[in-house]
Design a binder for this molecule. Sequence first.
Ligand code: PGA
Length: 247
Amino acid sequence: MRKLAAGNWKMNGMAASLAEVKALLAAHPDPACEMLLCPPATLIAQAAWATKGSALKLGGQDCHPKASGAHTGDIAAAMLADAGASYVILGHSERRADHGETDALVLSKAQAAWAAGLSAVICVGETEAERDDARTLDVVGSQLAGSVPEGATGANTVIAYEPVWAIGTGRTPTLAEIAEVHAFLRNRLAARFGEEAAEMRLLYGGSVKPSNAAEIFAIGDVDGALVGGASLKAADFGAIVAALAAA
Ligand code: PGA
């Protein structure tokens, strides 16, 4: 399995930000892990041209479940692929919260992503209240069951565990807490998909930064990271890529 360092720029980034992408590639032209950036959709095509032939993969941050049609403002998975994406993040907690996305909707988006040849990075994670109620495993287990379609493989699906309370806050779970959730997710995937579960990358996300990346990547079932804020700066994301490549 090739580990995956994924950056999620969220609603950040202008054409000038492509300088960060070029700086990242200049410092890490051929890392020993997969390197993915998910800029806003407006920048995917430009980033694809600017990085053509390089080791960097590009992804979208969402797609519509339908292939095309009368859905003003939405973006189809095939459009992301056409712009140069090979991945798409789905069911991020910000989309679940801001746009009321349900597990069933995320599942249908994953099917649309696969149909367009994209790999889906499907996000799950508990809120702080759910963790305080000791419901973390129930919550992520039911999100996983409801959001991941039949037919998931290591090639078409990546799972990102992102505790909502750790996103953008500088707070992270303990290493033992991350290990517990990742082992649980791997077991649930194995119960459903058998040996293929060992091929599915499980990313941790939520306040990953250069200073904590190495210890998180040392956890057994952590196969990479989904990085928000720290992916905006080439130096920080590059340090995280280097930590994963060395893990
Ligand atoms: P963060 O975001 O790294 O800024 O906490 C992670 C994410 O939302 O994917």
